[in-house]
Design a protein around this ligand. Structure first.
Ligand SMILES: C[S@@+](CC[C@H](N)C(=O)[O-])C[C@H]1O[C@@H](n2cnc3c(N)ncnc32)[C@H](O)[C@@H]1O
Length: 484
């Protein structure tokens, strides 16, 4: 098995894909030796998932795991027998630490110990993505003119990644980041170009050929946009566009074939992803809307207006890829589950429920999410900026339509559900954690620790596991070519 080390591991989306890759004999190809992450709940999620894998690989009893994630057993009564053994083995690989210059010695020691002298000489992969807030377009626009932003240490966390590359020289690395990295600047220089040139002269003399996972061209002919991976083209029911760099150590680059991901036969739509979820309705929260009015009457009025709208120009629904939906379903579904995990609705204010209901019905008729401005005035929240073009409030609400992949699931989903309104007007709610997890292509048996807000946060942060599985397949073939 090829060792893997995962930096800024989050809830383990990237790792999940790699961990599931098997060779033609059905044996697992990768083994994670270390995951580094500073958030304690994400670490708990990682430990639990690593325990599950340990049990799968050792043929241990999985029932306690399934009982725990379905809420049938407490943690304390779960932690016995096979499960406990597996947990202790798995737990030691997950290292909670803030990566940064100060903690380099302890991180280096841990990697040294985990890799051992034998693996240090063998072939292995470093995976992970330095945190993205500092590069994300939303983060930047919120902080325009903020001087502290220019010196934000998160801009430079990629140096921790470079430090480990330079010191331990993995054969291959996979580095993920948000698309905003391509346009992000540090002073006058482009962050992306800075990172690329830093990768060419690493401490210790190592250097890497930087390849694209989607364009097969000679690395020196690649454009920055060739590093963008559009998840919806690879069977993930979500338009999530990320920059992913694949680095191959220069001394072996000439013998490792240039491989790219195979595109799916069509998209996986929200319908394909969510149609097997049980229908549920939101509860009404006790919070009082800003505007005092009879929301039932407002909703009824708005619905009768919506139902008169001409739908002649409704676009043809997107055709889902038959093979893509098959692979997605076999990746997600698990018949060992008797109840869905993390599928409880949030409570919403009566005013928001009226908006969601009208918007979902409007979306059904239009075949796309209505603009917030399309809503009758009585449904607008009392805010001065609503309706002015260019304000962030005009598109605060969005229905995710049935017949297309969802828009990007971001960690902000933990704050409110306005951007993730369920397309079924009858369910009248925003997505549950499990639905967000499905759009991210997490298997249904993947459990996120913490309260709902933290679960949403973890889901939104991750690399879609089904995409990382395909990246893992490519990396497995590349490393495998060295054995021949
Ligand atoms: C975008 S998420 C990573 C997602 C992960 N690759 C996956 O697929 O699930 C970035 C993670 O980096 C963590 N993080 C941020 N700064 C860190 C630091 N200095 N040291 C360790 N972890 C850090 C955050 O807590 C977050 O979970």
């Amino acid at each position: 098995m090829f060792p893997v080390i995962d930096l800024f591991a989050g809830p383990g989306g990237l790792n999940e894909g790699f961990s599931s890759v098997k060779d033609e004999r059905g044996d697992f190809v990768f083994k994670t030796l270390a995951s580094f992450e500073m958030d304690s709940l994400a670490c708990q999620t990682l430990r639990l998932r690593a325990t599950y894998r340990e049990l799968v690989r050792s043929g241990g009893d999985l029932q306690p795991y399934f009982d725990y994630i379905q809420g049938k057993n407490t943690w304390q009564s779960t932690l016995t027998g096979d499960f406990r053994e597996a947990y202790l083995a798995a737990k030691s690989h997950v290292y909670q630490v803030e990566l940064g210059e100060k903690n380099r010695p302890e991180v280096d020691n841990f990697i040294e110990r985990q890799l051992g002298p034998e693996n240090r000489r063998g072939h292995w992969a470093l995976i992970g993505g330095p945190p993205c807030q500092a590069y994300s377009l939303a983060g930047r626009s919120r902080r325009t003119g903020d001087e502290a932003f220019a010196s934000d240490h998160k801009h430079f966390l990629y140096r921790e990644y470079l430090h480990i590359l330079g010191k331990f020289k993995p054969t291959i690395f996979v580095m993920e980041n948000v698309k905003g990295l391509l346009s992000s600047k540090n002073g006058d220089s482009s962050m992306f170009q800075t990172i690329l040139s830093d990768l060419k002269r690493l401490p210790g003399g190592a250097s890497y050929e930087i390849r694209s996972l989607v364009v097969e061209a000679d690395p020196k002919d690649l454009d920055p946009s060739d590093f963008i991976i559009r998840s919806e083209e690879y069977g993930v029911p979500q338009k999530r566009h990320r920059v992913i760099l694949l680095g191959v150590r220069s001394d072996v680059a000439a013998i490792i074939p240039r491989l790219v991901l195979d595109k799916a036969d069509g998209p996986v739509t929200v319908r394909a992803a969510l149609q097997t979820m049980p229908s549920i309705r939101a509860q009404t929260s006790g919070r009082k809307p800003k505007v005092d009015q009879d929301w039932r009457a407002v909703q009824a009025d708005a619905l009768s207006h919506v139902r008169t709208i001409d739908v002649a120009s409704k676009p043809e629904p997107v055709k889902a890829g038959v093979l893509a939906v098959d692979s997605y379903e076999s990746w997600i579904l698990d018949d060992r589950l008797t109840v869905p995990v993390h599928h409880e609705p949030r409570a919403h204010m009566v005013s928001d429920l009226a908006r969601y209901r009208v918007m979902a019905e409007l979306a059904e008729r239009l075949g796309k999410s209505p603009k917030y401005i399309d809503l009758p005035a009585k449904l607008h929240p009392e805010h001065r900026n609503v309706g002015k073009v260019g304000t962030p409030f005009t598109d605060r609400f969005r229905v995710q339509v049935w017949d297309a992949p969802a828009t990007t699931v971001v960690s902000h989903i933990s704050k409110d559900g306005h951007y993730y309104i369920h397309p079924d007007p009858e369910q009248n709610r925003s997505f549950t954690v499990r639905e967000a997890a499905r759009l991210q292509s997490f298997p249904d048996n993947y459990f996120f620790e913490g309260a709902r807000t933290q679960q949403f946060h973890q889901v939104g942060n991750a690399v879609p596991p089904l995409l990382s599985r395909q990246i893992g397949d490519v990396v497995a073939d590349m490393l495998g070519s060295l054995k021949d």
